[in-house]
Design a binder for this molecule. Structure first.
Ligand SMILES: NC(=O)C1=CN([C@@H]2O[C@H](COP(=O)(O)OP(=O)(O)OC[C@H]3O[C@@H](n4cnc5c(N)ncnc54)[C@H](OP(=O)(O)O)[C@@H]3O)[C@@H](O)[C@H]2O)C=CC1
Ligand SMILES: C[C@H]1O[C@H](OP(=O)(O)OP(=O)(O)OC[C@H]2O[C@@H](n3cnc4c(=O)[nH]c(N)nc43)[C@H](O)[C@@H]2O)[C@@H](O)[C@@H](O)C1=O
Length: 309
């Protein structure tokens, strides 16, 4: 990207937005634009229009959203639907108003049907029923993909969408109830080690399979797409490989140094049985991830120890 390109990273303090911000800085982009949700609540339509009119970015990256793990999604569908629709509609309407030439919308692998054929191709979108624990969030994200496609068709702007798999890394949410599985397990195993607990409890059966991508790899993929991709279809972003939640837990325990027992809380939901993305579209564009799961978990645990625990 040209160093003078004006890039607005919406959600630049979050897991994804902060990684994209670091990557843009590392690539020498100097005209970075960001605002916290306190400074600019993207649910506020007038404020969002005023912000875009003032800053007139060349590129908008939408990493702002209400985000959470399986329980947060299951228990707060109203907010996951309403907040995410408002955030993305206001942001994209305001970007359209100032004719932002390039925009990247971030969705999620949960947009695909619960029982989609594995690995999941982009063409599986809307081919079956959604997973009920995150259907409200998924519908908001599907609407975002459609808005990108509508703007491309009607106004000819070069907007695109990316669908990342489950992510982890620095600046993740490590809250025990609202977080995703990987940060939740880092925290739970760390606390169990410190307190010499005999057992750590996993939510659900441990049999669901998930794919995990380090957020620094995601950031690199996003900038690669902005440089090399210009079509209406979303692009999956993943590693092309998955693990069971039980195997993930064993890996995290090993990295953290916890040697006690593991048990399962079957009252908690499993969610989608498997969610492995087909990444051939991204691979064909010349990008692949570089951070292995064990290496990424070790780096994230080091970050957790320094910044959170
Ligand atoms: N985490 C994951 O595993 C995955 C994430 N994604 C997608 O990546 C994107 C970013 O997610 P992630 O970084 O994990 O989430 P985070 O919760 O870490 O960050 C979300 C960001 O959005 C901002 N935000 C939330 N609400 C508002 C609002 N009303 N107005 C302005 N800003 C707001 C927050 O700002 P502030 O900090 O200032 O409050 C925060 O910086 C989302 O679209 C998500 O769907 C996709 C797949 C997997
Ligand atoms: C990114 C993605 O994230 C969510 O979907 P999910 O993939 O189901 O995410 P999750 O990380 O919360 O759980 C993965 C699996 O792990 C199990 N699990 C075990 N123990 C813990 C645990 O302690 N915490 C959590 N959260 N899960 C646990 C859990 O029971 C499940 O089987 C949606 O928000 C969706 O909208 C979305 O986009």
């Amino acid at each position: 990207m040209n160093p003078e390109t004006r890039v607005y990273v919406a959600g630049h303090r979050g897991l994804v937005g902060s990684a994209i911000w670091r990557r843009l800085q590392a690539e020498g982009v100097t005209q970075l634009i960001g605002a916290s949700s306190k400074e600019l609540d993207l649910r506020d339509r007038d404020a969002t229009f005023a912000f875009l009119a003032e800053h007139r970015p060349d590129v908008v990256i939408d990493a702002a959203a209400r985000v959470g793990g399986i329980l947060a999604n299951r228990d707060h569908p109203t907010e996951f639907l309403s907040d995410n629709l408002r955030i993305q509609v206001n942001l994209m309407d305001a970007a359209l108003e100032v004719r932002t030439p390039r925009l990247l919308f971030l969705g999620s692998s949960c947009i695909y049907p619960k029982y989609a054929e594995q690995p999941i191709r982009e063409s599986s979108l809307l081919a079956g029923e959604l997973e009920p624990t995150n259907d409200a969030y998924a519908i908001a994200k599907i609407a975002g993909i459609m808005q990108v496609q509508a703007v491309r068709r009607q106004y000819g702007l070069r907007w695109i969408s990316a669908m990342p798999t489950n992510l982890y890394g620095p600046n993740d949410n490590f809250d025990p109830t609202s977080s995703h599985v990987l940060p939740a397990l880092i925290r739970r195993f760390h606390e169990a080690k410190v307190n010499a607990a005999e057992e750590v409890v996993l939510w659900g059966s441990g049999t669901p399979r998930r794919e995990f991508l380090h957020v620094d790899d995601l950031a690199a993929a996003c900038l690669h797409l902005l440089a090399h991709y210009d079509a209406p279809e979303p692009v999956n972003v993943g590693v092309g490989d998955d693990v069971t939640i039980r195997a993930l837990a064993e890996l995290v325990a090993r990295v953290v140094g916890y040697t006690g027992a593991l048990s399962n809380d079957l009252s908690k939901p499993d969610g989608t049985p498997r969610k492995l993305l087909d990444v051939s579209r991204l691979t064909a564009l010349g990008w692949k991830p570089s951070i292995g799961l064990e290496e990424g978990v070790a780096a994230t645990y080091a970050w957790y120890q320094e910044h959170v625990s």
